[in-house]
Write a protein that binds this ligand. Structure first.
Ligand code: F6P
Length: 327
């Protein structure tokens, strides 16, 4: 029989994402409704190793719902990848009588939780928090919607100046390994072409499109590039295009870490609240080793193993639709 849970640790790890605070708030308030104690572990696994733990209650998570970033701070810990680091982390949890943990983060966070659970008998539940939307087992991750809205807003503004000067802009968005931000941003901003990390985009094909657009006098002014595209980032792709085609004056904009910040969208607040609430319920139901998500508006449970090993990629149908709508 699983041990009764009285004290929960919660932490954020990896890249921050808008909505992480909303998830922390939901965890703390749901736990407190069930008379559980909650401890916030600062700076992810590194804080767990270093014993950086603070008690949290209903009022300590007031006024954080609408804020970007994470009140618990975040980090990527190399030390936690070692057995010795994980032993220190375990000692911290034991020292605070923490019976279970809720980990908010991406694939690296879930990998850490999986390895730790195999070594120590402390249940972990994971919540998908990353702007990249690259976690298997959920339609969307916490932070993705806000990041896309930030990027679309930037693209709309760039389009104004691009239109006015008849210039062609290469706009780089985040996503080292994942094209979700690029695809959704490109679609929602009406980009002429979208370069994803998952696709081997052909520069010559793009140049053909550009030539056709000049013949049709159709202004082609926005190209969205995911930072991890196989041809390189926006600067590199602009350089390759300029080498072969001079029909447009080109500019490059890298949106960068703006996409990670800002007040979470309503969709991210809702997603984070649902997942935070369900994560406490899952622990109380005796569940462990699972990443939570929402699929087709229902809570979904995926093993850490599946969440980190199974691929989640933008659908071919949506990529095709984006191409057709841009013609
Ligand atoms: O995983 C989220 C993400 O923002 C990626 O899109 C990006 O490639 C990476 O983090 C950037 O990481 P850092 O903030 O450490 O430079």
């Amino acid at each position: 029989m699983s041990k009764t849970i009285k004290r929960i640790g919660v932490f954020t790890s990896g890249g921050d994402a808008p909505g992480m605070n909303a998830a922390i708030r939901a965890v703390v308030r749901t736990a407190s409704f069930h008379d559980l104690h909650v401890y916030g572990i600062k700076c992810g696994y590194q804080g767990m190793i270093e014993g950086d733990v603070i008690p949290l209650n209903r009022s300590s998570v007031g006024q954080i719902f609408q804020r970007g970033g994470t009140m618990l701070k975040t980090a990527r810990s190399e030390e936690f990848k070692t057995k010795d680091g994980r032993k220190k982390a375990y000692e911290t949890l034991i020292a605070h009588d923490i019976d279970a943990c809720i980990a908010i983060g991406g694939n690296g966070t879930f990998t850490g939780a999986k390895v730790f659970q195999e070594e120590y008998d402390i249940p972990f539940i994971g919540l998908p928090g990353t702007i990249d939307n690259d976690i298997y087992g959920t339609d969307f991750t916490i932070g993705f919607d806000t990041a896309v809205n930030t990027a679309v807003d930037a693209l709309d503004k760039i389009r104004d100046t691009a239109d006015s000067h008849d210039r062609l802009f290469f706009v780089e968005v985040m996503g080292r390994h994942s094209g979700y931000i690029a695809l959704y941003t490109g679609l929602c901003a009406g980009a002429g072409s979208i370069f994803l990390p998952e696709e081997d985009n052909d520069i010559d094909h793009l140049i053909d499109q550009l030539k056709k657009s000049t013949r049709r006098k159709k202004l082609f002014n926005l190209i969205v590039v995911a930072e991890g595209n196989q041809n390189g980032g926006a600067h590199e792709i602009a350089r390759k295009v300029n080498e072969k085609f001079s029909g447009y004056e080109t500019k490059v904009t890298v949106i960068g870490h703006q996409q990670r910040g800002g007040s979470p969208s309503a969709a991210d607040r809702l997603l984070a609240s649902r997942l935070g609430y369900e994560s406490v319920n899952a622990l109380l139901d005796g569940k462990k080793g699972l990443a939570l998500g929402i699929i087709n508006d229902k809570v979904a449970y995926t093993t850490f193993e599946d969440a980190i090993t199974k691929d989640k990629k933008p659908g071919k149908d949506m990529i095709r639709m984006a191409e057709i709508l841009a013609l």
